[in-house]
Design a binder for this molecule. Structure first.
Ligand SMILES: O=CN(O)C[C@@H](CC1CCCC1)C(=O)N1NCCC[C@H]1C(=O)Nc1ccccn1
Ligand code: NI
Length: 183
């Protein structure tokens, strides 16, 4: 099972690489890895397992964070409308997005960043993602608000981008232009 010792921390160059597309249909090995990434998220949100294995809770995980420079990501969370998002995706890509931005008023953190980095992280308010899921099906996801934020945070990891790259260094808590706050 994946535990915190498997999570790559900032400073490791792999977090700044552009990850490689995976061959489709996905190999058994890549499917197993992606299942393990999804299981990490579920484990991390189970209080007993989380405590027993000292896991840091996560709603998303990208393959570079476990040392694999492959375009694979997992998400497991319910959004503000109680809709469950639980996916393992291969080769996810943003095919369209809103002009409008959005940001979490709480700022963002990262399992690969062992420090607080305060500030607003402006992202697209709505994105359409295309990818291949664990069953090998092409999926098209129209996402908004928190779900859009999570997927963009994960896709950033596949492009070597960290959340704090988006924070305005001069004024971290400046209201981003044309952006809606998400509490
Ligand atoms: O790349 C993937 N990661 O680095 C794990 C991150 C991904 C999220 C950060 C912001 C959007 C996606 C993660 O889940 N966290 N970051 C560290 C703190 C704990 C946790 C978190 O923010 N949890 C959360 C946030 C809001 C509501 C509910 N739970
Ligand atoms: Ni992260």
């Amino acid at each position: 099972m994946i535990t915190m010792k498997d999570i790559i921390r900032e400073g490791d160059p792999i977090l700044r690489e552009v990850a490689s597309e995976v061959d489709l249909p996905p190999s058994e090995e890549n499917k197993e890895t992606l299942e393990e990434m999804l299981q990490y998220l579920k484990n991390s949100q189970d209080e007993q397992i989380c405590d027993r294995y000292n896991l840091r809770p996560g709603v998303g995980l990208a393959a570079p964070q476990i040392g694999l420079s492959k375009r694979m990501l997992a998400v497991h969370f319910t959004d503000f409308n109680e809709k469950l998002y639980s996916y393992g995706l291969f080769n996810p890509r943003i095919v369209s997005h809103s002009v409008e931005k959005a940001y979490l008023t709480s700022g963002e953190g990262c399992l690969s960043v062992d420090r607080e980095v305060p500030g607003y992280v402006p992202r697209y308010a709505r994105v359409t993602i295309k990818a291949t899921d664990l069953e090998g099906n092409e999926v098209k996801l129209r996402l908004r608000d928190f779900a859009a934020i999570v997927f963009q945070h994960e896709i950033d990891h596949l492009n070597g981008v960290m959340f704090y790259d988006h924070i305005d260094p001069d004024n971290p808590f400046k209201e981003p232009e044309n952006a809606k706050p998400l509490d």
